[in-house]
Design a protein around this ligand. Structure first.
Ligand code: ATP
Ligand code: MG
Length: 446
């Protein structure tokens, strides 16, 4: 098989070969090429040691990153390429990092330490595809399979457990039986993995085109670092709006959400408080009173634990808090909602509401989507002129109030907020003269 390697990458490979080394494109780019999709970057592996790479390619082109791990980053054209020396990993003692890394001269051995057969292929124009572990067959059959003994490979590096789920979720591959059994058996090892790595793999799993089946098949793996989802699994909702248990519903909402970390993680956590807010009324109908507010707080704690950044945390909390609000589709009520979400998060909130509807009783989806569309239409009309609906964009400020004789202090903030409310409710124009007139009326100076 022939793979079209970008010219700059091929130049690096051919330069190394011309100096007597072996060199190949390797890993994800070969996998994607064999699958017929466009790789997002091209990694290169070589028998040349880091110092030999420097000499062969000229120091000027090289950014010396990760040198001791055998990785050299090279500028070629406008692109950066990672070149990694063939290596064999020493013993692993912490379920993540090898104690030592040994540089070697054998491609086969380098491929043997890679995680999955589909990721353990190399290619150059001279030799064609080097596939010692059945990667091509596994791509054809759409299978994720460990290179070697899965128990051993997951014990060496438990992050591979989440990588397996991520690749399966992205590529739509099945996880091979022994690999799958080993994932379930060894999931507890994820406790030894840093939360940053877990959070980043989790985002990748949620973002996959095929996340639905992975999330349905492997929720217990997620429970290792998200025990809060355990009681969602199998929790029936006993409510005409719902035909799925809370976890199945959640998974459908995730896969119907727009791609991207914020929306997918919000979808994952939007009903996280349902188990603890669940009740059944005298008619046998299930309710989850208060779950958005409780869920927002829970989500905040979970994301803090996973070291998400504060900006994401506050956005997720806000979206969850308001995900179940159903204002009448009239400007007055939409303005009120905007005052809670701000303009930036209004559309993401509508997207969450649509995804939420798509995970509910199919008989109810149509009217819920139409309702959400009408809220968004009103939002677009209200904000068409760029008006922002917050205190900063109010046509008066604290200085105006001080000039009216109000003493500096909390009273200023209170009055500005009251004026903003009136503007949002549509009772006043955001116009300086009108606002000043209203303030004067309120403080009794007119
Ligand atoms: P992506 O398209 O997501 O970049 P990728 O296959 O290129 O997929 P990377 O994380 O960029 O994945 O890693 C590059 C290659 O390095 C992999 O294809 C695999 O061969 C190897 N690799 C990466 N991480 C591990 C790991 N934890 N254990 C074993 N091999 C790994
Ligand atoms: Mg890659």
């Amino acid at each position: 098989m022939k793979i079209k390697i970008p010219e700059n990458a091929n130049m690096i490979i051919n330069t190394l070969i011309s100096k007597g080394y072996k060199a190949y494109a390797v890993g994800g780019c070969v996998r994607d090429s064999v699958m017929g999709t466009q790789p997002h970057d091209w990694d290169i592996c070589t028998s040349a040691r880091p110092d030999e790479i420097l000499t062969a390619l000229g120091k000027n082109n090289v950014i010396e990153s990760g040198l001791k791990h055998g990785t050299v980053t090279v500028h070629s054209g406008n692109e950066l390429y990672e070149i990694t020396t063939f290596r064999a990993d020493g013993d692993y003692t912490d379920n993540r990092h090898p104690e030592t890394v040994k540089f070697i001269r054998s491609l086969r051995e380098d491929l043997a330490r890679r995680d999955f057969t589909v990721n353990a292929m190399a290619y150059n124009d001279a030799q064609g595809l080097c596939d010692y572990f059945g990667g091509t067959d596994d791509i054809r059959n759409r299978i994720i399979r460990c290179v070697g003994d899965p128990d051993k490979r997951f014990n060496e590096d438990a992050l591979r457990i989440l990588r397996a789920l991520r690749f399966a979720s992205r590529l739509g591959f099945e996880i091979e039986q022994n690999t799958a059994a080993s994932i379930r058996k060894n999931a507890g090892l994820l406790r030894n993995i840093s939360v940053e790595r877990i959070a980043s793999e989790l985002a990748g799993i949620l973002d996959g085109e095929y996340c639905e089946s992975i999330l349905m098949e492997y929720p217990d793996v997620l429970c290792v670092f998200l025990p809060e989802i355990k009681p969602m699994i199998g929790l029936e909702q006993k409510n005409p709006h719902h035909i799925y248990d809370v976890w199945t519903h959640t998974v459908k909402v995730i896969s119907n959400s727009p791609h991207g970390r914020l929306m997918r993680i919000t979808a994952l956590l939007h009903d996280i408080a349902k188990p603890q807010c669940a009740s059944v009324d005298e008619n046998g109908t299930g309710h989850f009173h208060g779950h958005p507010a409780v869920g927002a707080e829970m989500a905040g704690r979970i994301l803090k634990r996973l070291h998400f950044d504060n900006d994401t945390i506050s956005k997720v909390k806000l979206l969850i808090k308001y995900h179940d609000l159903r204002p009448q589709p009239e400007p007055k009520y939409v303005r009120r909602l905007i005052s809670k979400t701000g303009t930036e998060l209004f559309v993401p909130l509508m997207e969450l509401k649509r995804a939420d509807a798509l995970g509910q009783n199919p008989d109810t989806i149509q009217y819920k989507l139409e309702y959400t569309d009408s809220l968004e239409r009103i939002f677009r009309e209200l904000t068409a002129d760029g008006s922002e609906f917050n205190i900063k964009t109010l046509a008066i400020d604290g200085n105006d109030l001080i000039s009216l004789g109000i003493s500096p202090g909390p009273e200023i903030g209170r009055i500005l907020k009251a004026m903003l409310e009136l503007v949002i409710e549509g009772e006043l124009e955001n116009d300086r003269d009108e606002l000043i007139k209203e303030v004067k009326k309120q403080i009794g100076s007119v």
